[in-house]
Design a protein around this ligand. Sequence first.
Ligand SMILES: NC(=O)c1ccc[n+]([C@@H]2O[C@H](COP(=O)([O-])OP(=O)(O)OC[C@H]3O[C@@H](n4cnc5c(N)ncnc54)[C@H](O)[C@@H]3O)[C@@H](O)[C@H]2O)c1
Length: 356
Amino acid sequence: MNQYSVLVVGMGKRGVHHANAFHANPRFKVVGICDIDQKRLDDAAPKLGKPEKSLDAAALAKKLRPDLFCFCTLPNLRRDFIKLGIQCGAKLIAFEKPVAMTSHEGLQIKQALDQSRVKAVVSHQHRYGEHYKKVKEIIASGALGRVHTVYGTATGWAAHMLSHLLDYTCWFNDYADAEWVMAQAAGRGKLSDLHTSTDYISGVVHFKNGVRGVYDCGAGAPDVPEVPYWWRKCRIGAQGSEGFAEVMTGGGWRAVTKSGGYQDGPGGMDYNHDMPPYIQQMADWLDDDKQVHPCCFANAYKGFEIMAAFYRSVSEGGQIALPLTSGADEISLLKNKVPSKKVILTLAESAKEYPS
Ligand SMILES: NC(=O)c1ccc[n+]([C@@H]2O[C@H](COP(=O)([O-])OP(=O)(O)OC[C@H]3O[C@@H](n4cnc5c(N)ncnc54)[C@H](O)[C@@H]3O)[C@@H](O)[C@H]2O)c1
């Protein structure tokens, strides 16, 4: 079996998670790591088999020409690293959610990947949690009858969490195309964060298969009292004519179905559990074009497009048809549109994240 060489750019929290998981998998060899912070490089390298280190991603990528180019930088850095991955001859580019901050950039990334035919995956790895898999299994079994609604809520703001809510609900809905969306937003605090978004956004999606998506993300989202950890207060599920099934990111799953009655079970989001299969499926896809990675760019792009369309709906008002055919700078649109009224919090403990 081939061993695939890997360069990981960004040695922050997620870059280290990725690099560790590549290093632990015999199908990969971490040949290079990059960060603009020398200390992060020096701390990480000894645990990764002492790969080559550099402060300059472009120089290292062109020197090493890795099979797999991975970057885990904050969301303001996407398009140029996609271009670098393509230029250095990588067969697969792995990067972090969100796909991009604006549809202008997202469309450019999509065009570059489509033209080059380089494979790409986006890290929506929560789906490997046992509780997520159980909910998907119940939905796919038909036990909910005719699925008419998928939904997701999170207390964290959109640039962090909406990408996850959208990806897993699209997965529950077999990645059916969306036809239109409509959304509203409040709170300007996080418009100056590097994970740039409004403090709160709420929106609906009409999918072409008739399923309705309902999303609530940020300061005004409902509590998930079963989950104490603020960042994991996410409830993601599906309702059908004969029941519902839902996962709570930090605290198990539950379902009620006509044939099975009430059921629940354990599970909690855990990077150590979720990263190894996410990484292994990159090797599987590199080995065999037919084993398309479940976190492939095409799937992630569906959620990204919905997110950008939500932002446009906030800015323009009314429904926004999908697919988006031209790019826009949705962050500037939000900055121009969202009123300066203070966001109303659902949870008192959210005040530390939404102080303004
Ligand atoms: N999938 C998930 O579960 C999950 C969880 C947390 C964060 N994320 C996402 O991961 C991404 C990274 O988040 P993080 O928490 O690891 O951030 P981080 O700030 O911990 O790490 C980012 C790293 O990138 C480095 N960097 C910045 N510019 C660089 C450049 N030009 N070249 C090389 N390195 C550069 C920084 O020095 C830093 O070490 C974000 O998009 C975030 O939304 C995903």
